[in-house]
Write a protein that binds this ligand. Structure first.
Ligand code: NOJ
Ligand code: CA
Length: 533
């Protein structure tokens, strides 16, 4: 965990081995050496399980079976084994809060009042329910309403309510045997995959399990229970939350939580496109914007709140992107991404690199919806492997059979082109990850201290590490305008990696869109004492 750097694989869009137009596990296995060469240590795969794919696999109909389009359970086992040979861990997606309405549990529960799975779900009789987006949820064939967790076809699993309303008999307390039975199911699903060799889970909507308003104490207890079980039986395995509130998630026992486009506002003020609605917020300006009108404090104050409350107990992740929001390339070019990655890969916590962000894949706007993608289609397009190859090397299928279209631009970035170009974003990403892994003072655990972080001003400068781990100074200027900063520590600093910066004494001049990473000498305490004596 101390050195972990994750790579997120969107399985259907990563590598297609059999020419059916959809990425699959054998395809992913064939790309493991590439992933190893990036320097990442672990992979997170979006759901690979059997599903009607109404929400791209987040609607599971069999938790224990790999969807045929991705391969077989044997392929998954082979993936774990081959990854482990290369020292890579594999983390699966655990959709803990809901199933598909085609899951046999729900089919049985909805059609038979005596079903053994009846109590796994929350039927509300005549009381209508809404999905997360306010759509009304159709009744079952038997005429009953039920609670859904996200979209109408994703019935919520029953873990109980924080404060059950006595007038609503379906609101059971979390300690009710029916709710505890669902926890046992969830544990058995995790055990199934851990015993086959997976290394942990990213938990979908981890905060959704126990329902209703009120604080999350009981929810935290639920996850702490799973964490104690991990610590006892699978001490090497990792629990990553999709919570968006590291203080809560890490208190609940997760090893890692993200700052994201929803939940706590930090991430939305750092990355995003100006005036974009991210989650439910309109963000007029973000820090990584050439206008220079972003405000680092809007990110940093929230970040520090979570950092100081969790440091030493768990990790915050600032991902480059993910399958639910715009790629960082949206509204930016490759030069901007270089500066963004210089920051994301030198911050504390656990970096997550979304597939294709290492080459700066574009967000492909204007595509029709695919498998419930809604606003999320353009960030899920196929990985761009090879310049000049059919479908840029993703698949040999005819174009119309591809899961989603490949970036049609003439200058679409590809792995092959960027491998051949030492100045490419791919090489920079590798160098940043290598630097982080080489120097404990830049690693996941090392200390973090803002040095220059003023509201409305650029650059952002921070220090990492201690004398024991080595100390580092990082300066980041995403704005188009140059800026100058006086940094007393700069005098004896050694440049490790820099683009567009100049120093004179303690003054650092940063050109527009530039960054620098320095190592700082050990404080010369010993010598100072001997001189004084
Ligand atoms: C969050 C996942 O990241 C998203 O892709 C999915 O649609 C919802 N949870 C529902 O499972
Ligand atoms: Ca395939």
């Amino acid at each position: 965990m101390h050195q972990a750097v994750f790579y997120q694989v969107y399985p259907q869009s990563f590598a297609d081995s059999n020419g059916d137009g959809i990425g699959d596990l054998p395809g992913l296995i064939s790309k493991l050496p590439y992933l190893k060469s990036l320097g990442v240590t672990a992979l997170w795969l979006n759901p690979i399980f059997e599903s009607p794919f109404g929400d791209a696999g987040y609607d599971i109909s069999d938790f224990r079976k790999v969807a045929a389009r991705y391969g077989t359970n044997e392929d998954a086992i082979r993936l774990f084994q081959e990854a482990h040979k290369l020292g890579l861990k594999v983390v699966l997606d655990l959709v803990a809060g809901h199933t598909s309405d085609e899951h046999p549990w729900f089919q049985s529960a909805a059609s038979d009042p005596k079903s053994p799975y009846r109590e796994h779900y929350i039927f509300t009789g005549d009381e209508p329910q809404q999905s997360m987006f306010g759509d009304s949820i159709p009744r079952t064939a038997q005429g009953e309403h039920f609670v859904a967790n996200f979209l109408p076809f994703q019935p919520a699993l029953r873990y109980g309510y924080k404060h059950p309303d006595p007038s609503k008999p379906w609101q059971l307390p979390p300690e009710h045997p029916a709710c505890l039975a669902v926890r046992v199911e969830l544990r058995d699903i995790m055990k199934f995959w851990l015993d086959l060799g997976c290394d942990g889970f990213r938990v979908d909507m981890a905060a959704s399990l126990i329902r209703g308003p009120g604080d999350n104490t009981i929810l935290a207890r639920l996850w702490q229970g799973f964490r104690s079980w991990f610590d006892r039986d699978y001490p090497e395995a990792v629990l990553v939350a999709e919570w968006g509130n590291p203080i809560e998630a890490i208190n609940a026992g997760f090893h890692i939580d993200f700052l994201l486009h929803f939940g706590e506002p930090a991430y939305t003020h750092l990355v995003g496109s100006p005036n974009e609605i991210i989650g439910n917020r309109r963000v007029p300006h973000v820090f990584f914007e050439r206008s220079g009108e972003g405000d680092i404090r809007l990110f940093l104050d929230n970040y520090l709140k979570h950092y100081s409350a969790t440091v030493g107990r768990g990790y915050i992740s600032l991902p480059t992107g993910n399958h639910d929001f715009q790629r960082p390339r949206r509204g930016r070019d490759l030069a901007d991404l270089r500066v963004l990655y210089a920051m994301l890969f030198t911050m504390p916590g656990t970096p997550f690199l979304y597939y294709g962000d290492e080459i700066g894949m574009r967000n492909i706007d204007g595509l029709p919806e695919k498998e419930g993608s809604m606003w999320r289609t353009g960030n899920r397009t196929p990985m761009q492997w090879e310049h000049g190859a059919p479908n840029l090397g993703f698949s040999t299928a005819p174009k119309k059979r591809l899961y989603l279209p490949v970036d049609p631009a003439k200058d679409a970035p590809t792995v092959s082109k960027q491998l051949a170009d030492k100045a490419s974003l791919l090489h920079l990403t590798r160098s940043l990850i290598a630097l982080r892994r080489k120097h404990p003072g830049l690693g996941n655990d090392a200390e973090f201290r803002p040095v220059f972080a003023q509201s409305g001003r650029y650059p952002f400068v921070y220090e990492r590490g201690t004398a024991a781990t080595g100390r580092f100074l990082i300066a980041i200027n995403p704005a188009a305008a140059p800026c100058v900063v006086d940094l007393p520590a700069l005098g004896q600093a050694r440049v490790l990696l820099a683009e567009g910066t100049k120093r004179a004494g303690t003054k650092l001049t940063l050109a527009g869109v530039s960054f620098a990473i320095f190592s700082l000498p050990e404080p010369a305490r010993g010598r100072a004492v001997s001189r004084a004596s």
